[in-house]
Design a protein around this ligand. Sequence first.
Ligand SMILES: C[S@@+](CC[C@H](N)C(=O)[O-])C[C@H]1O[C@@H](n2cnc3c(N)ncnc32)[C@H](O)[C@@H]1O
Length: 328
Amino acid sequence: MPILPFLRSSSHLTKQNRSNTFNLFPLLSFSTTTAAAISEQHHSPPPIRVALTHSSGRGVFATRPIATGDLIHTAKPALCHPSLSAINSVCYSCLKKVPNSNSFQFQGVLFCSQDCKRRCNEYYDVEMKANWTAFDDYCRNRGLKYPFMVKRLACMVISGVSKSDSLDILQPANLTSDMILEMEEEFALLRNAFSKTSIADEHIAFLTKQWYISVLARIRINAFRIELVGGLYEDLLSSLVASVEAEAAVGNAVYILPSLYNHDCDPNAHIIWIDNADAKIKALCDIDEGEELRICYIDASMDRDARQELLFQGFGFQCNCSRCLQGD
Ligand SMILES: C[S@@+](CC[C@H](N)C(=O)[O-])C[C@H]1O[C@@H](n2cnc3c(N)ncnc32)[C@H](O)[C@@H]1O
C-alpha cells in the first residue's frame, strides 16, 4: 500500500492535543554531511531528529519551532520507478513528465535530460543485459508494481550505484504465506533473467530469495505513490483546499528519512512532489520544538472506521493518533 500525499486545511486538534509528550531516545541526529545529502536547500541541518515514540516505533521530531508552510527538508529517492501507465510519458530516472519533443529516447525509455540519462546509464545497462519478458508479463498480468522497483534496485546493486542493504534501515511489512509464495515466484523469474546474462556470479551473489522478500517487504510499507502537483502547488496552498487534486500517479519511490515519519489522521506536515520524484516535506501548521512530525498516509476525509480499516489492511497497524482515539 503506497503512502499517499494528503493536504489538509483544517486542524481537528488543538495544539495542546497534538503535542506528543513521549520520552525521546535519540536514534539519529544529522551531521552537516548527512544533512547535505538529504536537504540540498538547507545550509544547516534540517530541524529534525529521529527518536523512539511510545507506541509507533521510530518517529521524526522537531528540534526547534517550525512555522506553517516552512520547508522542513527535501529528500531524493533511494529508489524510484515509473508506473507502467506512465512509462511512455515520464523520465525513466526522475519521473518528471516529458513532452516527447523534449525527451531523450534511449533503448525504448524516455529521459528528461542528458543528466538523467547519464545518472541512469550504469544500472540501465545492466537491465538491458537481461530478457525481462517472463518477469514483466508475470507482474503486469497480476497488476504488481513493486517487483519492478526490486528489479531496479537489483540492477543498481549490480552496477555498484547502490548497496544491497540500502533499505535495511526501513521497517518491513508483516507478510502472509500467500504473499511469500507470490514473491517466491517473482524471485525465481528475476533470478532466472539475470542468470541467463553474462553477469558474473559474484555480482549476483546477493540476489537470494531472502534478499528479494526482505526488500519487497520494506517497499510495501514505505513506498510513496508519486503524484506531481507541478505549478498547482502555490494555488493549492493559497486556497487551502482540503485535498490535492492530484494527477494520476507517475510512479512510486522509497526514501530513507521520509519513511520514518509516522502517520496521523490530522497531520502537521505533508510531503509533496513538484515536478519530479524529489520530495519536499513541509509544515502544515506551527510546530513546537520536541513535537512529533507526522504526515497522513491516506485520504483523511474518510470516517474513522474506513481510515482504521485502510491503515490496517494497507500498513498493518491500528492508528493510535489523537483523532482516532477520540473517535473522530
Ligand atoms: C512508514 S513506517 C513509519 C516509521 C516507523 N515507525 C519506523 O520505526 O520505521 C510505518 C509504520 O509505523 C507505525 N505507525 C505509523 N503511524 C502510526 C500510527 N498513527 N499509529 C500506530 N502505528 C503507526 C506502524 O508500525 C507502521 O507500519
